[in-house]
Design a protein around this ligand. Sequence first.
Ligand SMILES: [Zn+2]
Ligand SMILES: [Zn+2]
Length: 64
Amino acid sequence: MRTFEARYAGRCGVCDERIRPGDDATYVEDEIAHATCPTPTVLANPCSRCWMVPAANGQCGCDE
Ligand SMILES: [Zn+2]
Ligand SMILES: [Zn+2]
């Protein structure tokens, strides 16, 4: 994950809180977000059978 120092005020795409200039920030799916906020990939629940995080189309290791 690439992080940088926010240069402008904005709104975090993950937690919806404000981002202030100088905060550590990153991009999550083209939206600015706090570097400390978990990305949607981290938030995604892994499958309880194969422990793979399902892909965007819902497929996990059980489907192979
Ligand atoms: Zn955030
Ligand atoms: Zn599975």
